[in-house]
Each structure stands twice: as structure tokens, then as C-alpha cells.
Ligand binder design. Structure first.
Ligand code: PLP
Length: 312
């Protein structure tokens, strides 16, 4: 790995095709297929107190996404894991107190015309860190998330598998645009083409009704690493749970709801489609138990971390 990183002590460093460069100097070619077609996959882990959580699972998921779209990264899982850890280590000192990173691995199929000027043969491999937007999202832990269901449906698995984490987020972005004018603070959760609840751009949904935890079936969503943690904790705490086709009726009659995502871990929902959930406390009792169990697993009080950024 070569380094163009001299004098970069105060800048975040990025891995870019075998080199370490300052983030501001990292360049993707104009004909890169990830840019022109979304012909790329990625994964996103996060740190807790500067340590990356479940990196192996994120790298495993990334390699499944790569196989699905038939891109050879030219690196082994072990190599990409080491590069990811190296980038976190290089950038850790730039984190503010009680801040943490997202860590992204992005792999595109490379330049459409590899012989063109400035292009290169083979895939484009990027590893970078981005500080988590803790202050921006802190109020979600105090007030709960409001969920809106947009008219646009999630791309069906018959067209593109939601199990792969690809650069094709336009479906989710168009859906987010539909709710942002009418309900600027709401997080969209899309229905699938059959009319069942799926996921948002970066989050999995859970409902709690009569003490049972329900979440959309794995075939129709990304199998979130945080979703796995939540389900594992249901099992550990003997909270009944089930994957199911969930309707808007299920959402309307839920007592509690929460979403899971790498950045938020497990965050309560306050309302769905403008309707406040039956449980008056946010988080409700089941959500709170799962938040506490989640914090144990990651070894970090992520709720306290977000709340500490409330005035940030
Ligand atoms: N669904 C989609 C479409 C996502 O992009 C993500 C984010 O990675 C998730 C769900 C949540 O997955 P995770 O918990 O691994 O962040």
C-alpha cells in the first residue's frame, strides 16, 4: 500500500485503490461505473468508543453483495478487514470527545472505459470514515422517530434483491422525497409491491404488539446487522419474536415500534403515519429492554451518547 499521506495529521485519510490519501484528494474517475450506473456495492459499520463493531459480519455481508453483482474486489476479506481497521486507527485521533465513526467500504466495477485517460483497470475500492451525525439525530432518542409511508413501493426482490447493499438507493431516495415536504422530520418506511411494510434507507422496522416483536421477512429487506442484534436479544430475553408480512393494520395497532440501524442501533418510534402509538412512554417497556440489552452487546451506552449531544 503506498501513501500520499504526508502532512495529513489533521485530515481524515481514505484508502483508495491501494493508496492512502487525504479525503479531500480522493478522486473517482468520471467514467467510473459506480458513479454513472450505480454499479457498485458498499457496507457500513460503526465504531463505539473508537472500536469497530462486528466488522467481520459487515465484511461478510459486503462479500455477499459483491458476489451477487459479480464484482471481484481483488482483495481478500482479511485484507479488506485490515484496511478498514487501519483507516479507523489513522483517523481516530480526529474524533471529538464521545464521537464515533461510520466506516464505509465501497467497491465499484471500475471505469467504463479502463483505457481512457486517467482511468485504471479493475474495480475501484474505497474505505473511508465519516463522523456519525450524533447531534443531528439526538432528539430522535428523546422524542422517538415519526415514520411516514410514501406512495413509492420498495423495488421488489424479483427486480433487485434487497439483501444486497448496492449503490442503487434511488428507489429509497425518491420515496424519501415524497414525504419530506409534507412531513419534513419523518423517516420513510416503504411498502413492498404486495402492500407489506419493508424498510427505510438505512433502517429496519420492528413493531411490538401484545408483547410480541414483529419484523418484516428477511427476503424483502436488507438483513441488518443491528436487526440481527435485536433479534438475538429477543431470544436472550425470552421476548417472543417473529418475522412476518406486516400490514398498515399491524402498524396502526402496534403498542410500540422501533427501528434498528448501524448508526442508531435501536431507536424508538413515536408515531406511524401521523398516528401516535398506543404505548404512551417513548421508549416503551419492550423497546427499552431491548435498548439496554443492545447497549450491553456493543459495550457502549449509545442512548446516553446520543442524548449527550442534544445541545450539540
Ligand atoms: N435497510 C437498508 C436498505 C439499509 O441500507 C440498512 C443500512 O445498512 C439497513 C436496512 C440497516 O442495516 P444495518 O443494521 O446493518 O445498518
Amino acid at each position: 500500500m503506498s501513501e500520499n499521506a504526508g502532512g495529513m495529521a489533521n485530515q481524515r485519510q481514505v484508502y483508495m485503490n491501494g493508496e492512502i490519501v487525504a479525503e479531500a484528494d480522493a478522486r473517482v474517475h468520471v467514467n467510473d461505473r459506480g458513479f454513472i450506473y450505480g454499479d457498485a456495492v458498499f457496507d457500513t459499520a460503526r465504531t463505539f468508543g473508537g472500536e469497530t463493531f462486528r466488522l467481520r459480519e459487515h465484511i461478510d455481508r459486503l462479500y455477499r453483495s459483491l458476489r451477487y453483482v459479480d464484482i471481484d474486489p481483488g482483495l481478500s476479506k482479511a485484507e479488506l478487514t485490515e484496511i478498514s481497521s487501519d483507516i479507523v486507527a489513522r483517523n481516530r485521533h480526529l474524533l471529538g470527545p464521545d464521537d464515533d465513526y461510520w466506516i464505509f467500504q465501497r467497491i465499484t466495477r471500475g471505469a467504463n472505459d479502463p483505457d481512457g485517460p486517467g482511468a485504471h483497470e479493475g474495480p475501484t475500492v474505497i474505505v473511508l470514515t465519516v463522523p456519525l451525525p450524533l447531534a443531528k439525530r439526538a432528539a430522535l432518542f428523546r422524542d422517538g422517530i415519526e415514520i411516514a409511508v410514501p406512495p413509492t413501493r420498495r423495488t421488489p426482490p424479483e427486480s433487485l434483491s434487497p439483501n444486497a447493499k448496492t449503490h442503487n438507493y434511488l428507489n429509497l431516495i425518491v420515496a424519501a422525497n415524497e414525504v419530506k415536504d409534507s412531513n419534513p422530520g419523518a423517516w420513510p418506511i416503504l411498502l413492498d409491491t404486495r402492500g407489506f411494510l419493508t424498510e427505510g434507507s438505512g433502517s429496519n422496522l420492528f413493531l411490538v404488539r401484545d408483547g410480541e416483536v414483529l419484523t418484516p421477512k428477511r427476503e424483502y429487506v436488507l438483513a441488518g446487522i443491528s436487526r440481527d442484534v435485536a433479534l438475538e436479544q429477543c431470544e436472550a430475553l425470552s421476548i417472543p419474536y417473529r418475522e412476518a408480512d406486516l400490514t398498515l393494520f399491524d402498524a396502526a395497532t402496534a403498542d410500540e415500534a422501533f427501528i434498528t440501524s448501524t448508526s442508531l442501533c435501536l431507536c424508538p418510534v413515536r408515531a406511524i403515519q401521523g398516528r401516535t402509538l398506543a404505548e404512551p412512554d417513548v421508549p416503551g417497556p419492550v423497546t427499552r429492554r431491548l435498548q439496554e440489552a443492545f447497549a450491553e452487546v456493543v459495550g457502549h451506552d449509545f442512548v446516553g451518547q446520543y442524548l449527550a449531544h442534544l445541545d450539540g
